[in-house]
Design a protein around this ligand. Sequence first.
Ligand code: ADP
Ligand code: ZN
Ligand code: ZN
Length: 724
Amino acid sequence: MADTKQVIQVAVPRPLHSVYDYHVDGDMALPALGARLRVPFGRSEVIGICVSTHVDNPHAKTKPVSEVLDHDAAIDSELLDLAQWMQSYYHYPLGEVLATVLPSAARKGSQLEIKPEPPPDIWHLVDPSLISPRAKTQQAVVDHLLHMGDAQSGEALEAAGFNRSMLRKLEGIGVLERKVVSVRHQTSEALSPSSEQQTAINAINAAVGFNVFLLEGVTGSGKTEVYLQSMAKMLAAGKQVLVLVPEIALTPQTLARFENRFGSAGMVHSGLSETQRLQTWLKCRAGEIKVLIGTRSAVFTPFESLGLIIVDEEHDSSYKQQDGLRYSARDLTVKRAQQLDIPLVLGSATPSLESFYNAKRGRYQHVLLTQRAGGAKMPRYHTIDLRGQSLRGGLSDTLIRVIRAHLEANGQVLVYLNRRGFAPTLVCKACGWQSVCSDCDARLTLHRQPEQLVCHHCSLRFTLPTHCEQCGHHDLLPVGMGTQRAEESLAELFPDIPLYRIDRDTTRSNAQLTAQLEKIQRGDSCIMVGTQMLAKGHHFPEVTLVAVINADAGFLSPDFRAPERTAQLVVQVAGRAGRAEKQGDVWIQSYQPENPLLQKLMSQGYRGFAEAELSSRLQAGLPPAQPMAMLRAEAFDPTLAREFLTHCKAALESAAGSQQDTATVEILGPIPAPMARVAKRARFQLVVMAATRSALHRVLASLGQPKTHSSLRWSIDVDPYDAM
Ligand code: ADP
Ligand code: ZN
Ligand code: ZN
């Protein structure tokens, strides 16, 4: 064998088998592990990652690598290990895992080079009166700067949704002035911690090596201050810190809290361009950015010397990617902290039952903050029995009276409900027919302005029918409550009070949301009505009343996670009340106020609820007692989807049998998904449960690449968040 060809393995971003043998020939140097390579693939070329340079039984006929793009690794060994771990944990092709880990600019071949940047700048207001009349976004910039106290960094303004070309335009007409600054100074001092905060800070600071802390602190207990003081110690030791926050919580206010303490912070959010994202990635890798704050995908950032990871609101669903590679960023932080042998802090007022269970079993250190910071009191809970009550647009007389009393005392009122639009269904008064989507097994939601029926599952829009499709009757009745309807009735009841609706329809952009929140934070008496966007992270010191229009649906859903999610939402939204000196009240309307879960929550708080719910999960053998995976399949032809899963089930069962896992592996289904048809595709699911993780992974791995059909979509979801 006088073969001088060096064979290597390259992971390419393609489904199915994604690791292939290639060779480097001639005078090309052997690429580094983790380097990007251009390789021929099919009739074209793709960019892949070198994942092995020692190939035991190389393929006989290999193609040559066309170009080595990186001298060193693009993906360092720690992230490469993480990717390999994800491949076997999520049962996803390595090439596609790596494509998720790399920023998209790097994936497309951009040079991995830090570019000198314009120096940090600050924008000041000069003459707000010069803005063009009726230019809403210009007004929004001005309002924002007034709210934030005149000056803001360009970076923070971009994060708030204002782009630089608009800022420059305003500079041109004399509204703004731009100043270049050399160094940003910290503007806020550490607060003096409460004794509970101090205990938490001490515990985290004392950690040596891999330690997971579950920081369970009631809403308003000052978890952020605990993060900041734990971070300060790491930064002083020259280490870097990664902070993950939920999607919706990455507001300019959040960034400002960290920037004001540490002078600067990097940020990863959806508003960044591909180039900006890559630059941030590179600067973290080079150790230039010390504090990185980001949403889910920031978990894949390389660091020169990471010393601490913090996950705020660790229970939040936005940490779980719901398509493609269905990873949980929270769970990945545990893996990374373990690999790097560093501490990790998972913070929440309403911990996921997974983390709660790990704390109970002693895997995580449980640190509690039971008191609100700065002397604020916890809100009081009350329920309103809706049975036999007459309602005005979903609001009971009791609730209307309570709202009026709070407004008269100059409080702000927050009305929460989980449906956007006007009404969740349109029903025929004569025969009970309901308007449904043509392409989904779903009822249509009535929207106003413009008036139309919208499918919240496939986004199709329909004009309003003039009569019933079933009996021809003309009386069609909107049934149920959406945010638009609540807004309408509140406007009628309280015509003189400013009213803000906050849901996905009113806040399409970051700038819109920022503008709305700023008006609210001026503190004048007002009503906010909105969806869960209101429940997350925001600090509304003037809110004294939180009203929950209806908490019932969540406690009755077939999804085993629905009660947990509902309790978290109720507690989080309730936590917006009474954050300052004033006492807060929470009123919850319900048709079954005696529901035991709701009762637990009312009387013992989230902790009592979590204990009860965890013990029923453990009894039923549901996660976190046993690990679960979900196989989903969808196709226009229902038979195709069902048969595919039946075939998978047989394969899984035979693997379980041959591996003596029969007794420990349970496979349920295939059954139609709870939403059995979406966008004309029939959907089925198969649930796989196992007594142990290793048994689960053994049977899933045995599935390999099942024979599939081009019109079939399927996926494996390990630790599914939506169990439906
Ligand atoms: P959480 O995230 O736990 O809901 P925050 O971190 O938002 O709570 O803190 C709530 C409020 O309490 C903030 O306004 C914060 O500045 C204030 N706060 C936190 N710690 C202290 C402290 N030790 N002394 C005074 N105020 C504090
Ligand atoms: Zn009818
Ligand atoms: Zn639809």
